[in-house]
Design a protein around this ligand. Structure first.
Ligand code: KG4
Ligand code: ZN
Length: 339
């Protein structure tokens, strides 16, 4: 059979991304245009600014993805676009673009849920057998699923308040580390003592749900109280590293423990991680250790495919296309979209 070349597009949040993937596994290009330069001075994403930047960037990013793949739009067999969940103004740009190009070039369109994209990001390198446990840890989501096959997802639990990445970003803002906060905390935590502060771990007993808002408040209280004390400058940087390390230890402890519990309760011996926080060094290290101890197959996306990217949308889109799930011109993005 002929190769199937999918153009993936993701504009769900603050990155404009386009990618060309063959047969849902062979990546030809993946371009991500970050907007962190425009949002960092606000300490978080400003939705209106995000959609405006998407408008400016969508064509250049798609062009670059096609050029890097050495092909043109005429060679594309399917356009896969993320239609939610996400920021509605941002999603509108990707969906409007995909519909317009699909219509004028007569290319079939498929609609992909962003979370489904994250789940399938591991397929860019590996082919886990079904069923597997999938932990999505990103800026907008912290959810645990059993994946029984393509399109077959059972949610075991999710965060009851903040997502893990959101907690990273808020703690980073509090420490004056800018946006996005995850990578900055990841780095500083390596120089701090994870036992310096005993921050709370919300294990939410008898449930696969998560909760990170109490942890965030505990960190804030510790930082605010310390600001009342007169601390020499030299000690301040140690303090920030210790806060970062202790906060990160609390997040990672909960994530690893919950996955372990799911392994035991559900008897599933394959685990895949995805989403921006799965790029975290300590989380990857601890998950690998746990997987070794419990003889689990662990699937981690390479760092570039942890955070938002269009390659993962192209992978999931390919499977939708194979299943005959073609979207019409009435496709509308959705800010809230369950899997
Ligand atoms: O998956 P993603 O790019 O976007 C969403 O779908 O939300 O995830 C972004 C999140 C941000 O909160 C960012 O701070 C976090 O992932 N993140 C990290 C790391 N890299 C990105 N968190 C912890 N450690 C990292 N190395
Ligand atoms: Zn994402």
């Amino acid at each position: 059979m002929e190769e199937c070349r999918v153009l993936g597009i993701d504009t769900s949040c603050d990155d404009t991304s386009a990618s060309v993937v063959i047969d849902g596994e062979r990546i030809l290009s993946n371009v991500v245009s970050s907007q962190s330069d425009i949002h960092k001075k606000y300490g978080g994403i400003v939705p209106e600014l995000a959609s405006r930047r998407h408008i400016e960037m969508i064509w250049p990013v798609v062009d670059e993805a096609l050029n890097n793949a050495g092909i043109t739009l005429n060679d594309i067999d399917v356009i896969a676009v993320c239609y939610g969940p996400g920021l509605i103004g941002s999603l509108l740009i990707g969906c409007g673009f995909a519909k317009a190009v699909g219509y004028t070039k007569k290319i079939p369109l498929v609609a992909v849920n962003h979370l489904e994209g994250h789940i399938f990001s591991v397929f860019l390198q590996d082919k886990p057998e079904f069923p597997f446990l999938s932990l999505i840890v990103s800026g907008g989501h912290t959810s645990l699923y059993i994946v029984d096959g393509f399109g077959q997802y059972m949610e075991l639990g999710k965060t009851r308040d903040d997502a893990a990445g959101e907690a990273y970003d808020k703690v980073a803002k509090l420490l004056g580390l800018g946006y996005p906060g995850g990578p900055a905390i990841d780095k500083l935590a390596g120089q701090g003592n994870p036992k310096a502060f005993d921050f709370p771990r919300a294990y939410v007993p008898e449930s696969f749900d998560f909760s990170f808002s109490g942890l965030k408040t505990a960190v804030r209280n510790t930082v605010v109280n310390s600001q009342n004390a007169i601390t020499p400058i030299a000690q301040q940087s140690t303090f920030i590293c210790d806060i970062a390390a202790s906060f990160q230890a609390a997040v990672v402890d909960v994530l690893v423990r919950k996955v372990e519990w799911a392994i035991v309760k559900k008897g599933i011996k394959r685990v895949a991680l995805s989403g921006g926080v799965s790029a975290n060094g300590e989380l990857r290290r601890r998950m690998k250790k746990m997987a070794e101890e419990r003889e689990i197959e662990l699937y981690l996306p390479s760092i570039q495919f942890c955070t938002d990217n269009a390659a993962m949308i192209a992978v999931a889109g390919y499977h939708h296309f194979k299943a005959g799930n073609i979207a019409g011109m009435d496709l509308n993005p959705k800010a809230y979209l369950p899997l």
